[in-house]
Design a protein around this ligand. Structure first.
Ligand code: FE
Length: 228
């Protein structure tokens, strides 16, 4: 990305994200850009301008989603469609950037078709894993209960991350590496998953026995049973 483009895109992202904190603050976007750049090194045919711009802008609709409920992926793409032509982007570049942005969202269940879209989704998902992923999960959990009082590791209850923050590991996070499109992201995701397994194991060992029952001793076995 040339310097002028970089400054303009950075400023556009900062305008929407700089005041945001927690799991989706500006720091998240900066890490996603770095993840995308690292993955892109393995793919010489990638359009870096499209990928980096999509990474900078992928979450700029988060604020609007909080107000209106409209998917941030669609709002981010809408803002990009409006603002990028004035920054010198060609229609086909805007279209490619917006497609990657629309397709990145986990809960939309979309599968990106372009290489840039796949790298963006992998880069975003990597930031949900490892030590940073753990920190972001509890930041996002806010004042929800940390865990189900009688079944912290979701051995017998259906994981419910709307009520219990720890359940988010079981509804989404532990299965993210297998959803990665690129071998490089999958390998990095598996590495970060080990940190999360260690964390869950330590978490379980620190709980009162009444809460964990049998599963603290057989924690890894329990994960295997869940297919995580
Ligand atoms: Fe994101």
């Amino acid at each position: 990305m040339c310097v002028t483009n970089h400054d303009a895109i950075y400023n556009l992202a900062a305008r929407y994200l700089q005041k945001m904190n927690g799991a989706h603050g500006f720091d998240h976007t900066q890490r996603v850009v770095a993840n995308a750049q690292n993955l892109a090194r393995h793919y010489p045919t990638v359009d870096l301008l499209v990928l980096e711009t999509a990474a900078w802008l992928h979450d700029i609709g988060r604020g609007e989603e909080a107000n209106s409920g409209v998917s941030h992926a669609d709002v981010s793409a809408q803002i990009a469609t409006q603002d990028l032509p004035a920054l010198g982007f060609q229609p086909e570049q805007v279209a490619a950037i917006c497609t990657a942005i629309r397709d990145h969202r986990f809960s939309a269940g979309r599968t990106p078709v372009s290489l840039e879209g796949q790298l963006l989704q992998d880069a975003d998902r990597l930031d949900a894993l490892g030590a940073i992923g753990i920190a972001r999960t509890f930041a996002e959990g806010g004042d929800r209960a940390l865990y189900h009082p009688d079944d912290p590791l979701a051995v017998w209850h259906q994981p419910d991350d709307g009520h219990y923050t720890l359940d988010h590991f079981f509804t989404k996070l532990l299965r993210l590496p297998e959803t990665m499109h690129t071998a490089e992201a999958r390998a990095e995701g598996e590495q970060r998953l080990r940190i999360m397994h260690l964390f869950l194991s330590a978490f379980a060992s620190e709980l009162p026995e009444t809460a964990t029952g049998e599963c603290a001793g057989g924690f890894m076995g329990m994960l295997l049973q869940k297919g995580c």
